[in-house]
Design a protein around this ligand. Structure first.
Ligand SMILES: [Zn+2]
Length: 165
């Protein structure tokens, strides 16, 4: 997976994160740069490599079956110097992949994608509710986690009756 390709944007009107695969490119073009402008860079808007609240309307690139998969991009000259941090982009992208995967599984009643907040307390990246009532928390973690860190998180989830994965 290419880490620096942006596939998650933020819809200012809907107030939610969107994934490029959710809709056709034409849809995003209507909302992005040159359109209504409400589709902005998730990372710039949330204060990564730019002051929080920065609105950079996105362009949509890549065609189905093309060399490069569909993705969003800053318009020329509007990207932060050096782009956005690969770790952050990886985490947000993976969260959306996990949610899409969970939605495709049988026995899944509801999938909730945690919207990004500044002070992320103990909330799952992706919360999955099974039809039998089981609650599962999916976490995207690439960096090595300490045993203590993992145990603390696990205990918090266990207290809430949540299976953490
Ligand atoms: Zn940005």
């Amino acid at each position: 997976m290419q880490d620096d390709l942006l596939v998650v944007g933020f819809d200012l009107e809907a107030r939610r994160e969107v994934h490029v695969a959710e809709r056709e490119p034409e849809h995003w073009k209507r909302l992005g740069y040159g359109g209504t402008g409400q589709l902005v860079c998730f990372y710039c808007f949330h204060g990564f490599e730019a002051p929080a609240g920065t609105r950079v309307s996105l362009v949509t690139r890549g065609r189905l079956g093309g060399k490069v998969r569909r993705h969003f991009a800053h318009p020329p000259g509007q990207a932060p110097a050096g782009g956005h941090g690969p770790e952050t982009v990886w985490h947000i992208t993976t969260k959306h992949l996990l949610a899409a995967w969970a939605r495709s599984r049988p026995g899944v009643d509801r999938v909730r994608l945690e919207q990004w907040t500044e002070d992320r307390d103990r909330r799952a990246d992706v919360e999955v509710l099974l039809r039998d009532g089981t609650k599962i928390a999916l976490e995207a973690q690439r960096k090595l986690m300490t045993d203590d860190g993992w145990r603390a998180r696990h205990r918090d989830y266990a207290r809430q009756g949540v299976v953490d994965v």
